[in-house]
Design a protein around this ligand. Structure first.
Ligand code: GLN
Length: 450
């Protein structure tokens, strides 16, 4: 039985659920390093949820335990972004997604580790030390939502929140063998998320199974009056609409995915696609000829937007002056961002990035006009060993297959496709804007539809 079923049937109380996770964290997080800080009030909050369950007033997440990436504000806990810059920054308010989780009686268990300011793909750039991959010992868990994915894989929480600017939910979901979803841009409010690049950032769910991920997504999704960039959509009911019947569904696979990805990963992805065919889907070939432009478009955009977002960390209002205390990767991005934001260079670099971005968007959307889903691998290679040193360009190369969804503003989800030598490999599925349900259904079918 899943925690959700146990809680709903009364076999497990919210307090017991929190207690068992705290015990697991106490026993094993010394090694995994998924959490930066735990919520000291979690048990007390769970007790309150139990009262509401007894009164028959509890919400959709009643008693489920949620881990939160350390770049999302949770009142009274620290939102450090895993940086010395904000090491002592205590959130004065709840992000909109946190308000929604509390309204549905989820219990926040703590703040998870991540790459510093969400800049990275491995989880190794945290000021609080790297996170271990619980599903592939000795390897990186992926990033930047490293702690959130690891917390799910290690059995430290039912659900987790991550943020995805260029793959930070999907990349660690793939490496850790869990479910992760980057929603359509504007579906989930960003209020209370500390920016990496605001035109790309989205908050999304991670979970051990598709139904739980769908449930968390429906709780956090939907318009917020506070935020003009959120889309006006009626509250979705993804979890109750799940269906593993894929009859008539067309799935596209791009030849370019194969070109850039390790063969052993492609083998697992194709195997997963054949399982989807067995559920009624048909797989056709599509083209993404400009895929090679995705990384430069993404990184130039991130450098410029991140540089501008970091100007508030001047050491006066919060924490320390960022340039004085941050790690190497964050500093590199600030310096490159400053350089290309100068008037004389912006035409050469930033405008170019915007052109590439619209090209990618057009190509991805035109491929999706022919098919319901675009399927492929999540990362071009397997996660490297912890401590192995990579050049910045080698690190950026992890993101080649995840950045197109952010550049195009479309939803994309990852579910475990298989394993290569015991290391999880995720299948990535993209859909047209607001067609998250199709992604969820295909993931659900692959999972076995239970
Ligand atoms: N790895 C990418 C980067 O370093 C993506 C980060 C993210 O999605 N937050 O920018």
């Amino acid at each position: 039985m899943s925690a959700l079923e146990e809680l709903r049937s009364g076999a497990l109380s919210a307090k017991e659920n929190v207690a068992r996770y705290l015990e697991a964290i106490e026993a094993r997080d010394g090694e995994v390093n998924a959490f930066i800080e735990l919520n000291p009030h979690a048990e007390q909050e769970a007790r309150r949820v139990d009262e509401r369950i007894e009164e028959g007033k509890a919400g959709k997440l009643a008693g489920l335990v949620v881990a939160v990436k350390s770049n999302i504000n949770v009142r009274g806990l620290r939102a450090t972004c895993a940086s010395k810059t904000l090491e002592n920054y205590v959130s004065p308010y709840d992000a909109t997604v946190i308000e929604r989780i509390r309204r549905e009686d989820g219990v926040i268990i703590g703040m998870t580790n991540m790459d510093e300011f969400a800049c990275g793909s491995s989880g190794e750039t945290s000021y609080f030390g790297p996170t271990q991959n619980p599903s592939a010992r000795g390897r990186i868990p992926g990033g930047s939502s490293s702690g959130s994915a690891a917390a799910i894989a290690a059995g430290f929480a039912d659900l987790a929140l991550g943020s995805d600017t260029g793959g930070s939910i999907r990349n660690p979901a793939s490496h850790c063998g869990v479910v992760g979803i980057k929603p359509t841009y504007g579906l989930v409010p960003r209020h209370g998320l500390i920016d990496l690049a605001m035109s790309l950032d989205q908050i999304g769910p991670l979970a051990g199974d598709v139904r739980s991920a769908a449930l968390l997504l429906e709780v956090i999704a939907g318009h917020s009056d506070r935020e003009a960039t959120t889309l006006r959509v009626s509250p979705p009911e993804y979890s109750s609409a799940l269906s593993a019947d894929l009859s008539g569904m067309r799935i596209g696979f791009a030849r370019e995915f194969e070109e850039y990805t390790a063969k052993e990963i492609i083998r697992e992805v194709k195997h997963a696609l054949s399982k989807l065919e067995a559920q009624g889907a048909s797989v056709v070939e599509v083209e993404l000829p400009s895929l090679d432009k995705a990384l430069p478009a993404y990184y130039l955009t991130v450098f410029v937007e991140f540089f501008s977002a970091t100007r508030r960390y001047d050491g006066r209002r919060y924490g320390y002056r960022i340039e004085e205390v941050c790690g190497e990767e964050v500093l590199r991005r600030i310096m490159l961002g400053r350089y290309i934001s100068q008037k004389e260079y912006s035409g050469r670099y930033y405008r170019r990035a915007l052109q590439f971005r619209s090209l990618i968007k057009r190509e991805v959307l035109s491929a999706l006009a022919e098919v319901d889903l675009l399927a492929g691998p999540t990362t071009p290679k397997l996660p490297h060993r912890l401590g192995e040193s990579l050049s910045p360009l080698e690190m950026y190369a992890y993101d080649l297959l995840t950045v197109p969804a952010n550049l195009a503003g479309i939803p994309a989800g990852v579910v475990k496709a298989g394993e290569v030598r015991g290391i999880p490999v995720g299948l990535q599925l993209h859909a047209r804007p607001l067609e998250e349900q199709k992604i969820l259904n295909a993931m659900y079918a692959l999972e076995g539809g239970t």
